[in-house]
Design a protein around this ligand. Structure first.
Ligand code: FAD
Length: 297
């Protein structure tokens, strides 16, 4: 039996495994290789790894984990989980049955692409979610923002640190008069109408085609599609979740323990506010440390 099984071996999961391996705990990491930022050419903002391809960062992390004899990395999907504290079972897509005293769930979320031609094809290059991740490279250029709800108003305020040239696409949302007045005060044009197609051009550029017949070109488009957890294992364990404007995340306490004793969670699966490689790594490390400390005699 393992001390810990980690489900999802990307930034959060591998950071947890590193702490557990260094504490000489037996840990198995299951991963299917579908990290959220795999569409991006470069990852930004992680100290020491800025502007590197995200898959290179993970490959280097896996190489470093090979030093630790108690860590096992398996390319397999966790299909089902059951059990309770000190006696969890995980069944993999390859038919393997594993047991562990603790679980760490770090299987991330999937961004749900709208059925707009060109949107999915542009995701990670011409359409991106996060200015901290991709804003510096296109600072001062003409940005577009696809409105996704009241939270988009904060994005407008945030984006001013990178550019004064922003266009808002309402994409069928009704913007309240006070919001429209604020956008007008900021000299931020508002383009009404549903988006029906996105055409990529250049490295980051996108032309937004609207149902009204209008075409608007921007140098980069920011959007926040809804997302959902990459697996439903938390449902079979009965874990508490929290609703957010873009999806649900798992509820965790300050030790990263979920509502079920012995089950810890980290990364985007728990983090609606500032999902990033840095926060996922930090949360994964904390989950590993607190899972280990919960097993002290
Ligand atoms: C387009 C884009 C660009 C981004 N750019 C940046 C950036 O520049 N800088 C930055 O800091 N952040 C960036 N991010 C955010 C970053 O990708 C995430 O915050 C980060 O990947 C979260 O790490 P994680 O470990 O929680 O989840 P993920 O990296 O999404 O990893 C989850 C892992 O779990 C695996 N998995 C899922 N289900 C199972 C299962 N049942 N069994 C086993 N394994 C499973 C998946 O295959 C995946 O490998 C970007 C995001 C997007 C969408």
């Amino acid at each position: 039996m393992d001390d810990v099984i980690i489900i999802g071996g990307s930034f959060a999961g591998l950071a947890g495994a590193l702490q557990l391996g260094r504490a000489r705990r037996k840990v198995t990491v299951l991963d299917t290789g579908l990290q959220r930022n795999r569409f991006a050419g470069h990852s930004h903002g992680l100290l020491g790894h800025d502007h590197k391809p995200p898959l290179d960062i993970l490959a280097e992390a896996r190489r470093q984990l090979a030093r630790y004899p108690t860590i096992r990395l398996i390319n397999a999907r966790a299909d089902s989980v059951s059990g309770a504290l000190d006696d969890f079972s995980v069944f993999t897509g390859d038919g393997e049955s594993l047991g562990a005293r603790r679980l760490i769930l770090s299987y991330g979320v999937v961004d749900q692409m709208p059925e707009v031609p060109g949107f999915a094809e542009s995701w990670g290059t011409s359409i991106v979610p996060c200015p901290y991740c991709d804003g510096f490279e296109v600072a001062g250029q003409h940005w577009g923002l696809v409105w996704s709800g009241p939270q988009s108003h904060n994005q407008v305020r945030l984006f001013h640190d990178w550019t004064d040239r922003l266009t808002v696409f309402t994409d069928g949302h009704d913007l309240p008069p006070d919001v429209r007045a604020d956008l007008a005060r900021r000299n931020t044009p508002v383009v009404d109408g549903r988006i029906i197609e996105i055409a990529r051009h250049g490295d980051h550029g996108a032309t937004v085609k609207l149902e009204t017949g209008a075409h608007v070109a921007v140098d980069i488009l920011f959007a926040h599609p809804r997302n959902k957890p990459s697996a439903s294992l938390h449902e079979s364990l009965g874990l508490a979740t929290v609703g957010t404007p873009l999806g649900v995340v798992l509820k965790v306490d300050e030790r990263r323990e979920t509502s079920v004793p012995g089950v810890y969670a980290a990364g985007d699966l728990t983090n609606p506010l500032l999902p990033s490689v840095t926060t996922a790594s930090w949360q994964g490390a904390m989950a590993g440390i607190f899972a280990q400390q919960s097993m002290l005699v």
